[in-house]
Unconditional design. Structure first.
Length: 237
């Protein structure tokens, strides 16, 4: 279900910007046939192999330094733990571990599960989580790096590509990334009002010490606009 244009934009941006940290925010696999309620519809009949192979290909090309699993990857973990069929449990456990293997081979140093607490990644003043629910302000207040005034929180899950300022002491901001999916083909959510706010893209940024800056990159009209040359200026008396 990946949008090829969005993938190519991400790869092109990384080639230009050469980020030292690359964070895969989760849901790199669809696993639609494992979704609850999918067994009786056309999604339940889908083969997983092409989906898995394309997800492995994305991880290999993007080469994340940190990988956060999302609720889609969690479908493998949940079935590996709870499905009544041993064959299904073994298959899902094997595929879940292969995701880890592919990520490590691509250079990933940190792999975190989809979990309210254990799925949180902190880097300096910044916090990252796949995201739980769609209330960005609530997640930002909950997960922003404790003790760091003006910290930032970043998540995926909601596909919206928007930012909110946090109103607690010290401020800070929270960002929900756009997605890399073919939005119009996500049939399961066709009648969700929130899909009207979804868009394609990703988030990039910079940090040093407790200073940081982030920007949302997406298509504007028929073009993708970005800047990859950063300049800093300091006042000297």
């Amino acid at each position: 279900m990946a949008c090829d244009e969005s993938l190519q934009a991400l790869y092109a941006y990384c080639k230009d910007y050469k980020p030292q940290l690359r964070i895969g925010g989760g849901d790199h696999f669809d696993l639609r046939s494992l979704r609850k309620g999918a067994m009786g519809d056309k999604e339940g009949a889908e083969s997983l192999e092409m989906d898995l192979d394309m997800g492995y290909d994305f991880i290999t090309k993007f080469s994340p330094t940190h990988l956060l699993k999302g609720n889609h990857e969690y479908r493998l973990e949940a079935l590996a733990r709870n499905h009544p069929s041993g064959i299904v449990r073994d298959y899902c456990a094997e595929k879940d571990e292969k995701i880890n293997t592919v990520a490590r081979k691509a250079g990933c140093k940190t792999i975190l599960p989809y979990h309210g607490k254990l799925g949180l990644l902190r880097i300096g003043p910044l916090s990252f989580h796949h995201g739980i629910g769609s209330n960005l302000l609530k997640m930002g207040k909950h997960y922003t790096a404790g003790g760091v005034a003006g910290g930032g929180f970043f998540c995926g899950h909601g596909h919206t590509g928007h930012q909110v300022n946090l109103d607690q002491f010290g401020g800070g901001a929270a960002y929900m990334s756009p997605c890399l999916a073919r939005i119009d083909d996500l049939d399961y959510s066709a009648n969700y009002m929130g899909t009207a706010k979804w868009n394609n893209g990703f988030i990039a940024g910079w940090y040093m010490g407790n200073d940081w800056k982030a920007w949302i990159i997406h298509r504007i009209g028929k073009k993708w606009l970005w800047q990859t040359e950063l300049k800093t200026w300091e006042y000297k008396k």
